[in-house]
Design a protein around this ligand. Structure first.
Ligand SMILES: Cc1cc2nc3c(=O)[nH]c(=O)nc-3n(C[C@H](O)[C@H](O)[C@H](O)COP(=O)(O)OP(=O)(O)OC[C@H]3O[C@@H](n4cnc5c(N)ncnc54)[C@H](O)[C@@H]3O)c2cc1C
Length: 318
């Protein structure tokens, strides 16, 4: 698989990542954004954003985010859909692993937000990596011809369910509510011949043995008893509010509340790695704060990569 080199690799294409990319691209730094899914971050799911300075109070978060992304791309940012599943921050060049390729850069920016959640279903933590996954694009091919479950009802669950239909013999889609009839993506997934939809049903437990997952227990709202479903994989897509840092291992210092520790320049405990936006888990989770973090990190990165003594402002246009 290809190795792509850049000056700056940014994990996450929310307001923090896009703002950082806008500034680093304008500073002539080769910048790549790796974004798992542009529709599932905190800003993307915000119905109406009435408090971002200078934009109409009618604007949706998704529309504002598209503007930010387009502006960064216009200045040269290479925006790619890819879920980061691991990084190696040792040494001068940081390595970032995705199913779509490996990326190397001298500066790495963590901007994956705080829409993560701790493992909460019974058995989820025990079988993580042994049948439980959060990334069909990464792991789907392991389940060719086998039965899997997809749990969740958001856009990510629907898109990842579609990915799994290419590999699995049956995709059991478990949703606690019924998708609306005008939700065409959800209806498309339900209509797929490989998909069995378990409507108004909850996942109760994930079971398995030393070889991994082999069964889930589900309970329908209309039934008193639980039902066993034989599956080899369970893909969980439930939103929460925990910083998304699972791809970091223990390479970067985190606070007790899960937020990444940074200094005034958004630099983390590892030289060459910055963290911006909700991943810091500050009490002020706002789009404008995330954008501000992105700007600060970008200017610090420009200074770091060009060995400048001071920060170069972005508004001196000659
Ligand atoms: C329901 C809701 C309403 C809100 N309303 C407002 C409001 O009205 N005004 C306001 O200012 N703020 C609002 N906020 C807060 C604001 O949206 C966030 O503070 C802001 O979006 C944080 O930006 P971010 O870039 O850090 O993270 P996010 O916007 O969450 O973006 C993170 C990005 O990282 C990607 N990502 C995650 N994991 C990976 C991975 N492993 N690999 C690659 N990419 C990854 C995600 O797909 C996403 O695109 C709201 C938040 C929520 C949840």
């Amino acid at each position: 698989m290809d190795i792509i080199e850049a000056d700056v690799v940014i994990v996450g294409g929310g307001p923090a990542g896009c703002t950082c990319a806008l500034y680093t691209s304008r500073a002539d730094l080769k910048t790549v954004i790796l974004d798992k899914n542009p529709s599932v971050g905190a800003l993307a799911i915000t119905h109406q954003i009435a408090n971002y300075p200078g934009v109409s109070s009618e604007m949706s978060g998704d529309a504002l985010l598209s503007l930010m992304r387009d502006q960064a791309v216009e200045y040269g940012t290479d925006y790619r859909r890819a879920q980061v599943f691991g990084v190696d921050v040792n040494g001068e060049w940081k390595t970032v692993y995705t199913p779509e390729g490996t990326f190397k850069a001298r500066s790495l920016v963590l901007a994956s937000g705080a829409m993560g959640r701790p493992a909460s279903f019974k058995g989820e933590a025990d079988f993580l990596g042994k049948g439980v996954s959060y990334c069909a694009t990464c792991d789907g091919a392991f389940y060719r011809g086998r039965e899997v479950a997809v749990v969740g009802f958001n856009k990510e669950a629907i898109e990842e369910g579609q990915v799994l239909t290419k590999f699995a013999s049956t995709v059991h889609w478990i949703t606690s509510n019924d998708p609306k009839e005008d939700d065409l993506h959800a209806q498309d997934l339900i209509a797929h011949p490989n998909v069995k939809h378990w409507s108004k049903t909850r996942l109760m437990k994930i079971n398995g043995n030393d070889s991994g997952v082999n069964m889930i227990q589900v309970k329908s709202r209309s039934s008193e008893s639980q039902e066993d479903v034989a599956v080899d994989g369970v893909f969980v897509y439930m939103s929460g509010s925990k910083p998304i840092t699972d791809f970091l291992g223990d390479q970067i210092a985190l606070r007790e509340d899960g937020g990444v520790v940074v200094d005034d320049f958004m630099a983390t405990s590892c030289e060459g790695v910055w963290a911006i936006g909700d991943i810091r888990n500050t009490p002020f989770k706002q789009a404008v704060v995330a954008a501000s973090d992105g700007c600060i990190a970008a200017m610090a990165i420009d200074r770091f990569l060009n060995s400048r003594k001071s920060i170069r402002v972005d508004w001196v246009h000659s």
